[in-house]
Design a protein around this ligand. Structure first.
Ligand code: NAD
Ligand code: UDP
Length: 424
């Protein structure tokens, strides 16, 4: 159900001459893969899946509404601690667009969490998609279901090095996004933000491609203004542990508007607020993935500080709708894309725990009681964050549709499936 209580059957819309509407069950069939846990060496008993496997399959089929035609399978063999993958017998159908409607789209960071969902959407819509990624935090498995498709290409490349390709649109996402990942090698993070963006803007200038950068709410730092609107200049510690990311994105925005004013590059700037969903790297340390994985494993949930800091969480499909709308609109000013439902992290931990319990009970498992434990607050952790999305509403006619409960439930099922499969 969406925020108005209506069942969500499709995501996207037709706007600004660009159709981005696709059925949700087709997308789900790409990220909610079936999972088979074998109890014998081949997982079959007389050619029939064991009761346990049949139950898992039935639950999964119910969830993806029977749309199993385009699924690859990962089969985990506990005896040998190995995993085997099947390939697709056919690709999901993609729209047949006339040559004038088909765009050549470059997605940097396309093997990451956000990138892979954007790629799914653009592929289903019938465009030619090239993914550029160095697989630092992303993985080939997030888009492997498109490998071999005539409209799809994947290139291992680091954006700090120049790259040339003919294209019509560039979605520039390449950059680690979780605090542990971007702090792992701070110098590389700022290099990626600065040199990577410089290279991609140079490419946009040469090819006259439209350029969209995924900036972040982090450019507002620890904000003194609440909620944050695009005109707010921010409050960032330039030498703290988060600076490599925050200042990296700020300078990336500066570069973007430099190329726009000096060279007439057609730019779009999306300031994304906390987003979650399936395919988030379970080890990337962000709060939603941490809490769900901890609760599913029956481990203590780690709440940093006293839990009074706030965040506002947006589900991945809403973000993809917003990014595509922005790319195809005429808006060159920065636009916040996020969900206005604000939670203290303490309340959010309880909500995640309740949803994990609910899913486990629905699947016939009595949940293990999970405790919430306090850990030290990271340095410079922003105290509050909520987007003012008036601009997105006015210029893109965009508003989030997914409730946090609905998105979290889907994500819990995704991680549960991955755990059963043995891949996380
Ligand atoms: P992610 O870490 O899952 O994906 C980032 C992708 O970029 C990965 O595939 C990674 O391998 C790739 N990458 C990193 N450095 C690279 C380099 N030098 N060259 C080529 N590829 C490189 O993160 P995400 O959540 O998918 O974020 C995607 C983008 O959205 C980032 O630019 C991030 O700053 C922005 N963003 C995300 C959020 C969020 O909540 N997810 C919020 C604000 C902004
Ligand atoms: N957080 C937490 N426990 C965790 C991970 C994060 O309490 O296991 C807190 C973190 O301190 C921050 C909020 O959750 O206040 C969001 O953290 P995240 O790393 O997801 O994103 P960001 O800080 O970049 O918004």
């Amino acid at each position: 159900m969406d925020v108005n209580g209506t069942e969500i059957k499709t995501v996207g819309f037709q706007r600004f001459g660009f159709d981005c509407e696709v059925p949700i069950d087709v997308l789900r069939s790409l990220y909610l893969r079936p999972h088979y846990v074998t109890t014998s060496s081949d997982g079959l008993t007389n050619g029939v899946f064991s009761d346990e496997n049949a139950k898992e399959e039935e639950q999964h089929a119910r969830f993806i509404q029977g749309n199993t035609a385009y699924q690859s399978k990962s089969i985990y063999h506990p005896d040998t601690q190995s995993i085997s993958y099947t390939t697709l017998s056919r690709f999901p159908p993609v729209k047949l667009l006339p040559p004038y409607g088909r765009k050549r789209i470059l997605v940097t960071g396309g093997a990451g969490f956000v990138g892979s969902h954007l790629v799914d959407r653009l592929m289903i819509l019938g465009h030619e998609v090239t993914v550029l990624d160095n697989f630092f935090t992303g993985s080939k498995t997030t888009v492997s279901h498109w490998i071999g498709h005539p409209n799809f290409e994947m290139i291992r490349h680091d954006v700090v090095e120049p790259f040339m390709i003919e294209c019509d649109q560039i979605y520039h996402l390449a950059c680690p996004a979780s605090p542990p990942h971007y702090q792992f090698n701070a110098v590389k993070t700022i290099k990626t933000s600065f040199m990577g963006t410089l290279n991609m803007l140079g490419l946009a200038k040469r090819t006259k491609a439209r350029f969209l950068i995924t900036s972040t709410s982090e450019i507002y730092g620890d904000p003194e203004v609440h909620p944050q609107q695009e005109d707010y200049w921010g409050h960032v510690n330039p030498i703290g542990p988060r600076a490599c990311y925050d200042e990296g994105k700020r300078v990336a925005e500066t570069l973007t508007y430099g190329f726009h004013r000096q060279d007439g590059v057609d730019v779009r700037v999306a300031r994304i607020f906390n987003t979650y969903g399936p395919r988030m790297n379970p080890a990337d340390g962000r709060v939603v993935s941490n809490f769900i994985v901890q609760a599913l494993r029956g481990e203590d949930m780690t709440l940093y500080g006293d839990g009074t800091q706030t965040r506002s969480f947006q589900y991945i499909h809403d973000l993809i709708d917003g990014l595509i709308a922005l790319m195809n609109s005429d808006e060159t000013r920065p636009v916040n894309i996020g969900n206005g439902d604000e939670f203290t992290i303490g309340d959010f931990a309880k909500l995640v725990r309740d949803i994990v319990y609910k899913v486990q009970r629905e699947d016939g498992v009595e949940p293990q009681k999970v405790n919430i434990v306090h850990k030290p607050m990271p340095t410079d952790d922003p105290q509050k964050r909520r987007p003012d999305t008036t601009r997105a509403k006015e210029v893109l006619q965009w508003q989030p549709c997914w409730t946090v409960n609905m998105g979290l439930e889907e994500m819990v099922r995704y991680y549960k499936a991955k755990m059963t499969e043995g891949s996380i």
